[in-house]
Design a protein around this ligand. Structure first.
Ligand code: PCA
Length: 326
């Protein structure tokens, strides 16, 4: 019997009812997440997973693994790239040593409102997508963190006040910023951060109020200065080969789910920007506005870091900045 012909006749019959065509091949992915289950990026990833299941009629299911439980933050990108895991989320600017264009959203004082961060995302998305694709992954969606501020043991009046501090860095930009302020940077993932503060490995950092809330930073460090240096993003990426093996129907459903998760994530970040600062102060932290001196000094560092980045990122970097400014 010509089984192939028989099977394809059956498949055609199945295709006549649309949902069945999506449900014909079952696939299950694990999704590696670095941040805690209660963090809005992780909750948004769960929403994405639910939407994918719904929109593919169960043809593709995704199980999320928050808190770095499957792979730690600094292992996730490589794990997706090498197909140890199909999909994962990573703080994009931490991938700057893979390709400096991925640091664009962490440049201090380039885009500091959500509106500007959105424009910078639009201006950079094609280059970012191509850079990620060159590394073997497809960008599904990107969601920002609230504005980045300074956490310190004492109130900061000038950048000199962090001279000699032990500074938790998250990417090349915060590493260089620490150096310019005379602090000693050490890269530490959010999941290990509370321990690093508790044991005195670090005593300062630049990150969002949201991350301070996630890690109950009031237990370790008393001052948050709201300098709003940047609005960097997390990216959710899928292994390119895994992606290319999906049917076009499933790909379209995943892209729809990704667009919805991206919209929801930007909304959550915007809402949290104010409420996370209130949570810090309700728990006893001083939430300070930057002094005039600090407000004057930090953008100068930003200018220098933009220059350094342009040198590293070359033509692609210049093209992004030009597209953003015009
Ligand atoms: N939180 C992440 C990166 C930026 C942010 O706001 C962290 O501190 O690891």
């Amino acid at each position: 019997m010509n089984f192939t012909r028989f099977a394809s006749a059956a498949a055609i019959a199945a295709c006549l009812s649309a949902p069945a065509s999506l449900a014909s091949a079952q696939e299950a992915w694990d999704m590696a997440l670095a941040y805690s289950a209660s963090n809005y990026h992780s909750q948004n990833a769960q929403l994405f997973a639910d939407l994918v299941e719904e929109k593919t009629d169960g043809a593709l299911t995704i199980t999320t693994h928050p808190s770095g439980s499957l792979y730690k933050g600094n292992e996730i990108f490589r794990a997706v790239r090498t197909n140890q895991i199909a999909i994962g989320e990573r703080f994009m600017s931490a991938l700057g040593n893979e390709n400096p264009v991925l640091e664009v959203d962490a440049i201090p004082f380039l885009a500091t409102s959500f509106e500007d961060a959105r424009s910078l995302y639009e201006a950079s998305r094609p280059t970012v997508e191509a850079a990620l694709e060159d590394m073997g992954v497809k960008l599904l969606y990107a969601v920002p963190w609230p504005p980045q501020g300074l956490y310190s043991a004492d109130p900061i009046n000038s950048a000199d006040d962090l001279n000699g501090a032990r500074f938790r860095a998250t990417n090349q930009m915060t590493t260089r910023l620490a150096e310019l302020m005379g602090a000693q940077p050490t890269k530490i993932e959010a999941a290990e951060m509370s321990n690093a503060f508790a044991t005195g490995v670090v005593n300062s950092m630049m990150t969002s109020a949201a991350t301070g809330v996630d890690r109950s930073m009031w237990e370790y460090i008393p001052v948050f200065t709201d300098v709003q240096a940047a609005i960097p993003k997390n990216v959710v990426v899928v292994n390119l080969e895994v992606w290319n093996n999906l049917s076009s129907d499933v790909q379209a459903a995943v892209e729809e789910a990704a667009a919805e998760a991206e919209r929801n994530g930007w909304r959550l970040a915007t809402e949290l920007a104010e409420s996370a600062k209130s949570t810090l102060s309700e728990n006893g932290m001083t939430v300070a506005q930057p002094s005039e001196e600090l407000s004057a000094a930090l953008p100068e560092f930003g200018t220098q870091l933009t220059q350094e980045w342009l040198e590293r990122a070359g033509e692609n970097g210049t093209a992004i900045i030009d597209a953003y400014r015009n």
